[in-house]
Write a protein that binds this ligand. Sequence first.
Ligand code: SF4
Length: 363
Amino acid sequence: MTDALLTPTRLWTPRRVMITKSAAELPHTAEIVRRCVAAGVSEIDVLPADRLTGLRGESERETYARAKSTLAVVVAPPSALKPQPIPPSADWRIDLAKGCPAHCQYCYLAGSLSGPPVTRVYANLDDVLAPIATHVGRGTITSGTAERGHEGTTFEMSCYTDPLGIEHVTGSLAAAISRVGAGEFGPGASLRFTTKFDDVTELVGLDHGGRTRVRLSVNARDIGNRFEGGTARMPARIAALRALAQAGYPVGVTIAPIMPVPGWREQYGELLADIAAALTDVPDVDLTAEIITHRFTPSSKDVLLSWYPATKLEMDEDARSAKRSKFGGVKYVYPKDTMAEMKRWFSEELRNVLPAAQLLYWT
Ligand code: SF4
C-alpha cells in the first residue's frame, strides 16, 4: 500500500489527439475533447476525412512511439459493433476502444491489431452500447448457466483495450457503467473489464448498481516490473481493487499471464497474500479469479519482437508445446507437466489464501 501512495501512477496523456471528420460530429466526441483539454493535451486536430494519417515515422521505433502517444477518435465500423461470443470470460464482447497506450512486452493485442499500435476510441458510443439491449438474455457462458447464471448476460469490454488506462481522456467507461447501472438495458445486463491501471477515483463515485465487475490484472512482482511498462505497479493495482470492493463493485483478479519464472511459487504466493490482506476487512466482497498462462503465436511473436526487439520475454518454441486450433492456427503453451504443476499449485493456494474467490476458469 505504501508504495502505491509514494509513487502514484502517471496517467497516460496523449501527445496528439486526431479526430476523424465523421467522429467530430458526434456528442461523445465533445466529452472526449473536454477531457483531453482538461488533461493538458494541446495538439487536438480534426482531420479533413476519416482516414488516419501521419502515424508512420522513419523507423519501426519511431512509428511505435508516435502511435503509442496518439489517441484517435473514430467511428466504430459496423463490423466492430456486432457482439462476438468471448469464451471463457463472458457471453459477448463489446469494444469501447481498440488499442492501448501501455507497453506490455507480451501484449495480448499484438496478434490481433494491424498497423501502427494507435489507440482508437469509438465516438459512436450509443451504437457501441446498443447491442446490450438486443443481446441481453442471450449467450452461453454466463446467461442461464448453473455456475455463472447469477452474473446475468455478460459483456466484456477489455478484449481490445485497457478501458481504465484511457478513461480520464475518454469517459466511455463511466458512461457505460452508469447507463447499465441505471438499468437502461434491463436488470440482466452486466459489464465486465480487466485493467492494469489504478485510477478509480471517478469509478468509485458512480451509481454502478452492482452491474459491472472490475477485475484487476495482476502478476508476480518480477513480471510486472520487467514486462508491463506504462502500467500501474502491483501495490497500486491492489489498492484500486480494495477501493472498488469498498465501493460495492463486484471485483476480481485476472492473474495473467502466469509464467514459471524463477521463484514463481514465492512470488505468486506473496501476490495472493497481498490481495487477501487488502480485502480482509471489506465486508461481503464478491470476488472472482481468472487464471491465464502465457502463450504466443508465430504472428504475435513477430509483432512483439518488432515492438520490443531487446525483450527478455521467453518465447522459445522449443521450450513449449504446440497447440493447434481447428482452423489450423498454432499457439505455443507451456509443456503438459509445467501446466499441471502450476494448475495444482494455484488451485490449492487460492483455496487456502483467497477462499472467498470463485475461480471462473484456468487456461
Ligand atoms: S495493458 Fe493489456 S492491452 Fe495494454 S499493453 Fe498491456 S497487455 Fe496490452
